[in-house]
Design a protein around this ligand. Structure first.
Ligand code: ATP
Ligand code: MG
Length: 332
């Protein structure tokens, strides 16, 4: 059976981008078709300036939202990265296979490091090495497929390269994984700046729809989305990024294609109105389940405990094999 692994960082409140680009497919497709693991990758949230209490709160919220989005612990494994030591154990071995040049070429490193510097902060070493830990997250489970938004393509490519290199040097150990992306909404853009990605760690603002936004807040944000001075509704991501983003969001919500939808609208106002209502309807059941789960925190704890045990059982033998392959003395 195909092994699937993916994760989400507790760096902020989860967004519509996280949902349409990743979580929705995990719930609707992956958990039914594959042996799937989904992880709140909390160690990755420590790579930028962080408040410990907030990270803890966001980790819980992310885990709760994964379940609210429809992940069923009977069908898949849901857990928190820091509960399974194998991720950091393997990460060190992979640091001995990766090069510093590879890390410095990562687009997200360049962007996030620039942002930290703009804010007057220093850049944590862990921000540079983050893609190695992510490779460890993936490789520790013998993962075949990594369902992610397309901003993560470069990181999954690195995981592939490290797996191949490790296998060549030290003998076949790791499965070489591949990224999968949704057909539409693989990169939801910020509503106020449709040339940049909607990201949960951006400063919160009117351009980001959060999964827990009230319906009226969602409507207001989408109605105020930046479009352009054109008067026709055309799907062209490069030339018309604002309308294209709305068309993609609507298409993803309705299971249609943005090209097909563009022909159905003659004004931005109508497109925005329908997009807003479609998003409100997509978020409604997630928000309802989230409310119910918040009333039962012991259930979420239990899911995470069981998930961590299961994940540990899967990762440990493979990571132990990697330890021996790379030249470490087996424990006595
Ligand atoms: P951060 O700003 O901290 O990087 P993020 O919103 O990018 O936060 P991640 O935790 O890095 O979220 O990513 C979780 C998953 O959501 C990944 O699969 C990622 O590709 C996907 N994702 C994130 N943002 C978007 C987006 N705007 N559109 C589509 N998918 C997205
Ligand atoms: Mg991200």
């Amino acid at each position: 059976m195909t092994r699937v692994f993916s994760g989400i960082k507790p760096t902020g409140h989860l967004t519509l981008g996280n949902y349409l680009g990743a979580m929705r497919r995990w719930a609707e497709v992956d958990q039914h078709q594959a042996d799937a693991l989904f992880c709140v990758v909390d160690l990755h949230a420590l790579t930028v300036d962080h408040d410990p209490a907030r990270v803890r709160r966001l980790s819980r919220q992310a885990a709760t939202l994964l379940l609210a989005a429809g992940l069923d612990p009977q069908r898949c494994t849901v857990f928190v990265q820091s509960h399974v030591d194998e991720h950091t154990r393997l990460s060190y071995l992979l640091e001995c296979v990766a090069t510093d040049g590879e890390m410095r070429r990562m687009i997200q490193y360049k962007e996030k490091a620039a942002r930290e510097r703009e804010r007057g902060g220093s850049v944590r070493l862990s921000l540079l090495t983050y893609p190695v830990l992510m490779a460890a997250d993936i490789l520790a489970y013998g993962t075949d497929e990594v369902p992610v938004g397309d901003d993560q393509a470069q990181h999954v490519e690195l995981a592939r390269d490290l797996a191949v290199r490790f296998n060549q040097r030290y003998g076949h150990t790791f499965v070489v994984p591949r990224a999968t992306h949704p057909k539409v909404a693989a990169r939801v853009m910020n509503l106020q700046d449709p040339t940049s990605k909607m990201g949960k760690s951006e400063d919160s603002g009117p351009g980001i729809v959060y999964l827990l936004d009230e319906p009226d807040v969602v409507r207001k944000k989408i109605m105020r989305a930046v479009t352009d001075t054109g008067s026709d509704v055309v799907y062209d991501r490069d030339a018309r990024p604002g309308p294209a983003n709305l068309l993609e969001i609507l298409a993803a919500c309705e299971g249609r294609s943005p090209e097909e939808l563009s022909g159905a609208y003659t004004s931005y106002g109508a497109l925005k109105k329908d997009t807003a209502e479609a998003v409100v309807e997509v978020l409604r059941p997630v928000q309802e389940r989230h409310r119910a789960l918040c009333a039962d925190p012991a259930h979420v704890d239990q899911v995470l405990r069981t998930g961590a045990e299961r994940a540990r059982g899967m990762a440990r033998p493979l990571v132990d094999t990697a330890y021996r392959a790379i030249g470490l003395l087996p424990g006595v």
